[in-house]
Ligand binder design. Structure first.
Ligand code: SAM
Ligand code: SF4
Length: 361
């Protein structure tokens, strides 16, 4: 914006130009003010729609995603108010166990465990039930409320599925922690079996927008992923789904993903921020800006006020504050003590952060 120009001059032409500039500044200030009011109004009205139970439209979602950077703080504050109102101050803490690592038949371009890429990640098959029980016990002692068994495969074979069921039984009998699973594609009978075994929630991510999916995976489709979510839902399992941001998708595609996730109404949304794994096609992918990351979490909160919104992979390497800001911008869950193929913060460090910002474990 031009600065106010003033002062005495004896030249009429200069006087005239100064007059024009001052008039321009005056109208520019008015128009900036009205834009500012419009944006604040948009955030406030959207928040009111959530509190009144009306919900926001896809048009509102697009507008919220497109607000100028200087208003993102206000968007984050509004999302935080929604989180506190619907979910209180508690942060959902989860630990993962990668029970089958690497050599996956699928070609998801972000994934260090795909057999298509040479990432040098160690490979192992299913551990014994005792090993998993010991780790689940440790997770419980460290304050985790849920323990998720994750497998790097397209879908479980009959033999592996039986082994996983045995592991789940043992963890249920000997640990007493909410067991969740992320085992790839499921059949109806497998989903029913997991429900019978008291599995609380099934994780299966959409990963990205439908319009981007074929670029990041060619060995299965978006609809394959939606189908497993539907099978899990029909079996009575709670759903956890989400994706990865920072794959090179456009903001429009993040909007698309958010709307797709909201339509599923999952009990939990898990948002990963890309970890560029050396050896994968996305190893040199440019990082997403902090502002875009905050927008993703905040707008998702507007769409799913009651769900757990979890900051998942990539928290420590993409954020300067380990997720402190996101936990005050719509998120209310974290994964602690490491991920599938890389270490993360120790639980204690994460708990200190949570307490520091006045939230609870
Ligand atoms: N194979 C099953 C599947 O694809 O559904 C289950 C496990 S898969 C490894 C778990 C999730 O980790 C993926 O769905 C993806 O969202 C996330 N993930 C994998 N690689 C990632 C990366 N490099 N950065 C961030 N998230 C990643
Ligand atoms: Fe396999 Fe899952 Fe990785 Fe895709 S995301 S390559 S399905 S482990």
């Amino acid at each position: 914006m031009l600065k106010q120009v003033g002062g005495y001059t004896k030249y009429p032409l200069v006087k005239c130009i100064i007059g024009i500039i001052n008039t321009y500044n005056f109208f520019n200030r008015i128009s900036c003010k009205s834009t500012m009011n419009e944006i604040k109004e948009l955030i406030k009205e959207s928040q009111e729609k959530i509190f009144s139970g009306t919900g926001i439209s896809s048009d509102d979602v697009e507008k919220l995603f497109n607000i100028p950077d200087e208003y993102v703080k206000e968007l984050a504050i509004a999302a935080n108010e929604i989180t506190r109102d619907f979910n209180g101050n508690k942060v959902d803490i989860e630990q993962l166990n990668n029970i089958k690592k690497n050599a996956c038949s699928e070609d998801c371009s972000f994934c260090g465990q795909s057999a298509f890429f040479d990432t040098g990640i160690e490979t192992y098959q299913l551990p014994t039930a005792n090993e998993v029980v010991a780790r689940a016990n440790k997770a419980k002692k460290e304050g985790a409320q849920s323990y998720c068994l994750v497998a790097a495969w397209r879908e479980p074979s009959t033999r592996d599925f039986e082994k996983v069921c045995n592991i789940i039984k043992e963890v249920n009998d000997k640990v007493g922690i909410n067991v969740e699973c992320s085992l790839g594609f499921l059949t109806q009978s497998q989903a029913k079996k997991l429900k019978e075994l008291n599995v609380k929630r099934y994780n299966h991510n959409l990963e990205t927008a439908r319009s981007k999916f074929a670029e990041i995976c060619t060995t299965h489709t978006y609809d394959d992923r939606l189908k497993t979510l539907q099978i899990a839902r029909e079996a009575g399992l709670e759903l956890c789904t989400g994706g990865i941001i920072g794959l090179g998708e456009t903001r429009k595609q993040r909007i698309e993903l958010t709307l797709e996730l909201a339509a599923i109404e999952p009990e939990e949304v898990t948002i990963n921020i890309l970890v560029p794994v050396p050896g994968t096609p996305l190893e040199l992918q440019t990082k997403l800006s902090n502002i875009e990351i905050v927008k993703m979490f905040a707008v998702t909160r507007f769409l799913l006020p009651e769900s757990v919104i979890k900051i998942s992979g990539g928290r420590e390497i993409n954020l300067d504050d380990d997720g402190e800001e996101l936990l005050q911008s719509g998120a209310n869950g974290i994964i602690t003590s490491g991920y599938l193929t890389m270490d993360g913060n120790e639980a204690e460090k994460d708990f200190e952060m949570i307490k520091k910002i006045g939230l609870e474990i």
